[in-house]
Design a protein around this ligand. Structure first.
Ligand SMILES: *Cc1c(COP(=O)(O)O)cnc(C)c1O
Length: 461
């Protein structure tokens, strides 16, 4: 299995190389050259299997020679062992034909753990073999950073630096980033907002001398290995509701389009998914794009579902690549137009996108109202991101079972929940001491040179 860039000119890579590289050198995103299809009988045979077994069967064809079978099984086992639920991704029923896929039982209580836990294990195993050491730098608005700290702490061949906007993450998110005590993980509180953090990380990747000097690697949501790990729970949940004999639909609270793109891959692999519904908060660039054909930014407004507060959706480039018939040159041109604010999606590409995706938007008031209503109707406490999903899913219910992805635990966003139902959700008992642990962080100005010299110092010591 080989990986090509969505912009057509970067080197073709193996799975292991694409995982280590993250962003392609032509600015594009790596995608598999062909998508392996699972036969109906193979999908049917997943029924009753453990999450780990399904993970092995779904991901194996993508790995090429990077890992042996037994080795890969061991990495999967280690990745999902810290989860607080034996089913890993359990389904609960919300209504007659509506199910919630709880993706928040991992060590940092958000779905990011599914991919991050596995990529941590895979990177460490690959580096241990080659004897190399890498420096991972990532920007976060909260969930990615905490998941990465948890997944990489203590790994021998990796130094991890997480940049988060000082004062702009929730207390649970901050503590999850600042309380791991291992010497190879570092939390940097940057004086700026999330876009500043992300811009500084991009600057580091574009500074090829620095990039090669510190062996820079990325684990943000454009990393193909992360997308791949997320394909698994589309299979596990659909099969437990009767796939491949019965089709299902999914609604996905969407920001950078990584999670829902994994659903698209599952559909291309042969899983009978009728519709993938994009659910956005008031930062609705994707909903507007699908409705009007205009992909155009109009700024970010903070919301109570901050992990979906995005200006542009980086993984959407992968969906466009497929919709434009794998034409890298066309994608490079669209992304160039993006610099002046946006572009028009061609009629053919728009029709192709609409044959798979539907979309909806949820305002702040509707988010609160949904948390309240669903608590009364079902007893389930939704986090604000999941509430956005449930609200939009409710507008798309029909004869096909709908699975809505619950992307974070409500205790990660206690203020929004308190507003809606008058009580604070408890942290699961296994992390009840989070507020007693010692914090460790470095406050840094929003300055590329300063960040680079701090990183160089830390990895030398
Ligand atoms: C990251 C995140 C999302 C958005 O996922 P994308 O893959 O960026 O679309 C939604 N909800 C939560 C809780 C998240 O952490």
């Amino acid at each position: 299995m080989k990986y090509i860039s969505t912009r057509g000119t970067a080197p073709i890579l193996t799975f292991g190389e694409a995982m280590m590289t993250g962003l392609a050198r032509d600015g594009g995103l790596y995608v598999p050259q062909t998508i392996p299809v699972m036969a109906r009988e193979e999908i049917a045979a997943l029924a009753g299997c453990s999450y780990e077994d399904i993970a092995f069967k779904v991901m194996r064809p993508y790995l090429g020679e990077t890992f042996g079978d037994d080795e890969f099984r061991a990495l999967i086992a280690a990745a999902y062992k810290p989860f607080g639920h034996l089913a890993r991704a359990p389904l609960v029923q919300m209504g007659p034909n509506h199910f919630l896929l709880e993706l928040f039982h991992g060590p940092t209580l958000a779905f990011k753990d599914f991919a991050m836990q596995l990529i941590g294990q895979m990177m460490q195993a690959a580096l241990a073999k080659s004897g190399e050491r890498v420096t991972i730098v990532g920007a976060t608005s909260g969930d990615t950073g905490s998941a990465a700290m948890e997944a990489f702490r203590g790994l021998a061949n990796v130094d991890l630096f997480i940049l988060y906007p000082h004062g702009r993450v929730s207390e649970v998110q901050r503590r999850q980033m600042t309380t791991p005590s291992e010497a190879n993980v570092h939390a940097f509180a940057v004086d700026g907002d999330f876009d500043d953090c992300q811009a500084r990380v991009k600057d580091m990747f574009n500074d090829f001398a620095f990039r090669d000097g510190v062996q820079l690697a990325g684990v943000n949501s454009i990393n193909w290995a992360r997308v791949l790990a997320q394909v698994v729970y589309y299979f596990s949940s659909a099969v437990s509701l009767g796939a491949p004999h019965r089709a299902v639909s999914f609604t996905v609270p969407t920001g950078n389009f990584g999670d829902i793109f994994a659903g698209y891959i599952a559909r291309q692999m042969g899983l009978p998914i009728e519709k993938l519904v994009i659910a956005t908060n008031h930062n609705d660039i994707l909903h507007r794009a699908l409705t009007s054909g205009e992909y155009r930014t109009n700024g970010v407004k903070p919301s109570m579902s901050p992990s979906m507060d995005i200006q542009v959706s980086s993984n959407f480039e992968r969906a466009l690549f497929h919709a434009y018939g794998s034409d890298g040159r066309a994608i490079a041109q669209l992304m160039d137009e993006m610099k002046s604010g946006g572009f028009h999606i061609s009629q053919g590409a728009l029709e192709s996108l609409r044959s798979t995706f539907a979309s909806g938007r949820c305002s702040e008031e509707e988010t609160t109202a949904t948390i309240t209503r669903e608590y009364v109707r079902t007893g389930e406490i939704l986090c604000p991101h999941s509430a956005v999903g449930v609200k939009v899913a409710n507008e798309h219910l029909g004869a096909t079972p709908m699975i809505t992805l619950a992307t974070a635990h409500p205790a990660k966003f206690p203020d929004a929940v308190l507003d809606a139902i008058g009580q604070r959700p408890d942290l699961p008992p296994r992390m009840a001491d989070l507020f007693d642990r010692r914090e460790r962080l470095t406050r840094v100005p929003n300055d590329l040179g300063r960040l680079q010299s701090l990183i160089r110092e830390r990895i030398a010591s």
